[in-house]
Design a protein around this ligand. Structure first.
Ligand code: AOF
Ligand code: ZN
Length: 353
């Protein structure tokens, strides 16, 4: 199963919106064939492994995700496993997709195949935090990336912020973008930085992330650099100005107008998951917008590049949050990873769970 998890990771930059899945076919404790899911719409992991194997009768199949039992873009994998006359299937985790959700395992058992579920389940779940969250909570798994100084500052008081982190850290960010379904920012950040928000200069094959701009009043400039770079651009607004919307659409953006509500940002995130099937979202914005998302519980993970530089008291903080009266109200995070990237430290922290 450990090998199947390694194989699944090969789909990390390409299989979206499908989950990363790996498969190993074994006989007499020897690996006979392997497969992973590379591209949505193409063969699932087990179909690839069964094909490579030729004759899988009597084998044991290790799968990081329960085999599908439904007709999606491709036919059900359970049928292929039953037809191949495999003897046993080891499944790390149940498919959280409500169209499957245990029915794949049941169909295998009904066909007399031995099934065991739960082997390396935690590791398998870590492969697909976005797919799991979208299927169970109808929201994308959201990482908020920020670069800060050793004294926790993200920009000078005059707004200058390019560049706090090192070149290597910025390249690392491009990998994160490539692994994301979409990169999201606020129109304020877009105006300030005129960033491209795409993944580039990488030596891997990847599916380009969509770019999402949260722009309540439609002040995105027609000259913004994002429009000169091909790829999906989505603008969320509450401003029903049809003329302006048409202008932005002509520039290549999809404009989604959502009615103003108290939980408008959450509505945006729900829409991103439901309509665009975005599993993993990366937020790259300033301290005000990132702070607002954290306060509304929309951020799952912070990725902080900490550069060995001091910016001083007047510089902007990491995130702007409401003032606390009691230390017991402070948000506590869990550090899940620390590593050095070039001259910087990269910290990964989770906010929930
Ligand atoms: C598997 N093996 O390798 C993957 C599975 O539209 P489709 O046909 O590609 O189906 C997508 C759904 O299939 C996806 O939402 C998830 O439930 C499951 N993914 N299942 O047996 C695989 N990638
Ligand atoms: Zn399948």
């Amino acid at each position: 199963m450990s090998r199947a998890i390694q194989l699944a990771k090969r789909g990390r930059y390409t299989c979206d919106p499908n989950p990363q899945v790996g498969c190993v076919v074994s006989r007499d404790n020897q690996v006979v064939s392997e497969g992973w899911h590379a591209i949505a719409g193409e063969a699932h992991a087990e179909i690839k492994a069964l094909k490579e194997c030729g004759d899988a009768a009597g084998s044991t199949v290790y799968l990081t995700l329960e085999p599908c039992s439904h007709h999606g873009r491709t036919p059900p994998c359970v049928e292929a496993l039953i037809n191949a006359k495999v003897s046993n299937v080891m499944v790390a985790m149940i498919d959280p997709n409500p169209l499957v959700a245990g029915s794949g395992i049941k169909k295998l058992e009904d066909a007399g195949i031995g099934v065991k579920q739960g082997l390396l389940e935690n590791e398998a779940r870590k492969l697909n935090p976005g797919f799991i969250k979208r299927m169970t909570q109808h929201l994308p798994y959201t990482r908020c990336k920020m670069a800060m100084s050793l004294d926790g500052r993200t920009a000078l008081a005059n707004g200058e912020s390019q560049w706090i982190s090192s070149e290597l850290s910025r390249r690392d960010v491009h990998r994160l973008r490539a692994a994301s379904s979409a990169v999201l920012t606020s129109v304020e950040t877009l105006i300030k930085d005129d960033a491209s928000l795409n993944a580039r200069d990488l030596d891997i094959e990847f599916k380009q992330a969509a770019r999402v701009i949260v722009d309540r009043t439609l002040k995105t400039s027609n000259q913004a650099k994002i429009f000169s770079i091909p790829g999906q651009i989505i603008i969320y607004t509450e401003h029903e100005n049809n003329e302006r919307i048409h202008e932005l659409e002509k520039l290549g953006a999809e404009v989604v107008c959502l009615a103003k509500t108290k939980s408008w940002l959450q509505d945006v995130f729900l829409h991103l998951a439901k309509e665009f099937e975005f599993n993993e979202l990366m937020v790259e914005a300033g301290s005000t917008f990132s702070g607002a998302l954290i306060e509304q519980g929309l951020i799952d993970e912070l990725i902080i590049y900490m550069a060995p530089v001091l910016l001083g008291n007047d510089a902007n903080p990491l995130v702007k949050l409401k003032q606390l009266e009691k230390l017991s109200d402070a948000k506590r995070l869990n550090i899940t990873d620390v590593r050095q990237v070039g001259e910087d430290l990269r910290l990964t922290l989770t906010l929930q769970g």
